[in-house]
Design a protein around this ligand. Structure first.
Ligand code: SAM
Length: 283
């Protein structure tokens, strides 16, 4: 095992998923950096790994980097793990890894479990290209804006399967927001992957939203949303369609424009101008 920084993936539930190379690497480390020593210590004990543990998390990572770089320069073997899965992926470690790379120090990884990729492979949705978004913002307004930005990117040509992490108590509202933003697209909710109650539910976004509105979800969750279809209406056609629907439903021009702007991510002024133009075109 070369001196340097080793990013080591650990299980996302099933302890049998710790790879033999991960065990060898952790055993050979001078120091193991982890998010929470209470989570990592039992995993190490199970494999008879006695290397010292040190907590590295979002709150102390920036401050710890200089000292850890010193140790790496001195020839130490440092292993970095997170509570579960692949470090750096919605987990700490990026600052340290980048600093070590910029300092010209050796950095490598022992690959392994990752909930996003496992959910993608079990979703039944096109695996390529995919866009991993991590967690959507927890607050409603910011979440809606994030979804509107994705819709706007799709309006500009992005077509990718979308992968989100979500907490169980926010799943129902997250799916409702995704259904509002992306309509009836196919999607999947992957729960408790690699664990005893593993479940993948595949359905349209509105059907999944309806299901989880009445069935509280438990455990750890990944949401996967199918891509915008190649033959889906263009951004402009979709804006026209939404405006027409809103106006037909009796909304004022101003309200219809505001609603369509919010759901597409387009500037309100632009949508309002288009609504006026449509009114003129249709006499
Ligand atoms: N670094 C991890 C990885 O590589 O998978 C992800 C860490 S992130 C802080 C934790 C989130 O990942 C959870 O809230 C959940 O969305 C997802 N996750 C982790 N383990 C999971 C599992 N066994 N089943 C489903 N989702 C999981």
């Amino acid at each position: 095992m070369a001196p340097g920084l080793w990013l080591v993936a650990t299980p996302i539930g099933n302890l049998g998923d710790l790879s033999p190379r991960a065990v060898v690497t952790l055993r050979g480390a001078d120091l193991i950096l982890c998010e929470d020593t209470r989570v990592t210590a039992p995993l190490l004990a199970r494999h008879g790994i006695a290397a010292p543990l040190h907590a590295l998390h979002d709150h102390n990572e920036a401050g710890e980097v200089p000292r850890l770089l010193e140790r790496l320069r001195g020839g130490a073997r440092l292993a970095l793990v997170s509570d579960a899965g692949t470090p750096l992926v919605s987990d700490p470690g990026f600052r340290l890894a980048r600093a070590a790379m910029e300092a010209g120090l050796f950095v490598s990884a022992v690959p392994g479990p990752n909930a996003a990729v496992m959910a993608l492979t079990l979703s039944g949705l096109p695996p390529l290209p995919f866009l991993f978004m991590g967690f959507l913002p927890p607050k409603e307004g910011a979440r809606r804006e994030a979804i509107a930005r994705l819709r706007a990117a799709e309006g500009a040509g992005l077509s990718a399967t979308l992968v989100f992490f979500e907490a169980p108590h926010r799943l129902a509202e997250c799916l409702a927001a995704l259904a509002e933003g992306f309509g009836g697209r196919p999607a999947a909710v992957a729960r408790e992957l690699t664990k005893r109650f593993e479940e993948v539910r595949r359905d349209s976004l509105p059907a999944l939203a309806a299901h989880y509105a009445s069935h509280a979800a438990r455990g750890e969750i990944v949401v996967v949303v199918g891509p915008a279809e190649a033959d889906a209406p263009s951004g402009a056609e979709e804006v026209d369609r939404r405006l027409r629907d809103a106006l037909a439903a009796g909304q004022s021009l101003r309200d219809a424009a505001a609603m369509v702007a919010a759901s597409t991510g387009l500037p309100r002024r632009q949508v309002y101008a288009r609504a006026l133009e449509m009114g003129r075109e249709e006499g």
